[in-house]
Design a protein around this ligand. Structure first.
Ligand code: ASP
Ligand code: ASP
Length: 358
């Protein structure tokens, strides 16, 4: 790995950072997983097939034993310095399904950072004991700094971004792709609405970037004026010739699109900035998925949500047996998609793909 200063590195565009995050001697295959832009179509298709295979193997005792043997000699640190339910649980279960031993730190105030140790030094220390670090942090660049530190220290330990501030959530985007593929058959040619807090939601940002891997996709961004998708993503879409429209009218798009991806209004950012009560947008019915909208959606379509949700989907839909309501399945898919990613990073995917699942 070529040496580069942190300053030089962070002056690079994301596309130019990718070689520093890749497995050596590969065509930029992800090693550290920080940005959804690191995934190619080939890799996404492979990870979806691998997730299916892991799920099938897991149904039998023999398959479960085989999976647990694949990464039995590896251990992982789940370092979550920001609230998390699903990402934390699903990474933990994914790691255990592949036989990894896991330690977690959920409160950084119990680590030496409370004594003033730098994040780099803490990461360097953690890396003496583990083979992978999964990291969620409120600062957008923290996981990247950890990956950089691993490169500089020549510790070949992958850092996986489990949510970086408002910026990205690449493994969520991976499970969203897995869910969309399973629900719609394919993503090429599909129309996808993303609704809610597109400005502060990192899941919709990461998912938007992944659309460059699919043919003829059209995005419908539906958000309150002040929470529209940020320009960096829109510029990327323009450069990648991906069509998108922006509106404030969910009702008008539900019958047109193949997928509706709802998100909550992330009120915590306003609170942190001193706001006293939720903005009207939080309760704005224009950004709520009403029960009757499902009747207007196409026969083959799906309703997704990265969760947690607040009031942006009619709660009655939580118990719907309509196959288009997929957000609970989407949540479970996170475990399989994350297991697939770990298997690929540690090069045990072939063993898994080549084994019998009956
Ligand atoms: N979808 C989020 C996650 O994956 C929800 C949460 O943090 O609870 O972690
Ligand atoms: N759970 C997702 C995330 O961690 C979405 C959210 O928090 O609303 O980004």
């Amino acid at each position: 790995m070529k040496r580069i200063s942190w300053e030089e590195y962070t002056n690079l565009r994301v596309s130019d950072r990718i070689p520093y995050l890749s497995k050596p001697n590969t065509d930029n295959e992800p090693f550290h997983v920080l940005y959804s832009q690191q995934f190619t179509r080939e890799m996404l298709d492979h990870l979806c097939a691998l997730a299916d295979k892991i799920r099938a193997l897991h149904k039998t005792e023999r398959g479960g034993d085989l999976l647990r043997s694949t990464l039995r000699n590896k251990n992982a640190l789940n370092l979550f310095a920001q609230p998390s339910t699903r990402t934390f649980m699903s990474f933990l279960m994914a790691e255990q399904k592949l036989g990894m031993e896991v330690v977690d730190i959920r409160d950084v105030s119990t680590s030496s950072q409370a004594k003033g140790e730098s994040l780099q030094n803490s990461i360097r220390t953690f890396s003496s004991y583990v083979d992978a670090i999964i990291m969620r942090h409120p600062d957008a660049g923290a996981a990247e700094l950890a990956a950089y530190e691993m490169n500089m220290a020549d510790r070949r330990i992958p850092v996986l971004n489990g949510g970086s501030g408002r910026d990205q959530h690449p493994t969520q985007a991976l499970l969203d792709i897995y869910t969309l593929t399973k629900s719609l058959g394919e993503i090429d040619g599909k129309k996808i609405a993303m609704v809610g807090d597109l400005l502060r939601g990192r899941t919709v940002r990461s998912l938007s970037y992944l659309m460059k891997n699919y043919e003829d996709v059209e995005l419908y961004y539906v958000a309150p004026e002040r929470l529209r998708m940020a320009d960096d993503v829109k510029d990327f879409l323009k450069r990648s010739h991906i069509r998108y429209t922006e509106s404030e009218n969910l009702e008008a798009v539900v019958s047109i699109v193949d997928a509706v991806y709802m998100t909550r209004i992330q009120w915590e950012w306003d609170r942190a900035a001193g706001a006293k009560s939720p903005d009207a947008g939080e309760y704005d019915p224009r950004f709520v998925f009403r029960k009757e909208y499902l009747d207007r959606m196409k026969k083959r379509s799906c309703l997704l949500h990265p969760l947690p949700k607040i009031n942006e989907i009619d709660p009655e839909l939580d118990y719907s047996d309509d196959p288009r309501v997929v957000y609970w399945r989407q949540e479970r898919n996170g475990m399989w998609a994350r297991a697939a990613l770990l298997a690929r990073i540690f090069d045990v995917d072939r063993t898994i793909m080549d084994s019998d699942d009956d």
